[in-house]
Design a protein around this ligand. Sequence first.
Ligand SMILES: C[S@@+](CC[C@H](N)C(=O)[O-])C[C@H]1O[C@@H](n2cnc3c(N)ncnc32)[C@H](O)[C@@H]1O
Length: 204
Amino acid sequence: MCSQHKNHWENVYKTKNENEVSWFQETPHKSIDLIKSINIDFSSNIIDVGAGDSRLVDNLLLLGFKNITVLDISSKSIEKAKIRLGEKSDLISWVVSDINEFKSEKKFDLWHDRAAFHFLRSTKKIKSYVKLVNELINNQGTLIISTFSKNGPLKCSGLEVSQYDRKGISELFKNFKLNKSEIYIHKTPFNTNQEFIYNVLSKN
Ligand SMILES: C[S@@+](CC[C@H](N)C(=O)[O-])C[C@H]1O[C@@H](n2cnc3c(N)ncnc32)[C@H](O)[C@@H]1O
């Protein structure tokens, strides 16, 4: 992805506090509930893709998960999450990378992505993300991916996004079984509503 895209996100995290961005969640309840519902071991390899400074990682640690990777294109967002976690940040594998350039020896039992995938707009980049998911999720592993729905906003952070529905997600991730697809209304810190779709898929 172009450096302009990275600069955009670095600038967001340099200039805004966590509750000054539309996607902020004090506790990411929906993701936590879905992760609890799949009943995976605490030793499972988990990655949160495009995590920013989300508090999901704090909650995963509290739940008892031990092998957590947090990836974001913005080094500033990772720095902020590390500072918030303090000593506990040593327990996490931190990766600063564009997801489309991410290489990993490690494979994952759970891949979580809330509101990062939908920033990919070109067919080429969307396909490359799907290929990576196919390669890096273990057999029987889970993909939890949440995007703006067809009734959701057309832009986020000033950038155009791709909207999805159940059909679009199942057609893209053909090697996965779509177990759950749920609409979720996110209340932003500015008291507006955004319609998301949360999808849980398992690798056949
Ligand atoms: C709307 S925020 C969501 C953050 C977090 N997932 C959450 O739910 O709070 C989108 C995040 O995706 C990251 N991002 C955007 N494009 C990316 C890419 N190509 N590779 C990795 N991260 C990316 C941004 O830096 C930002 O942190």
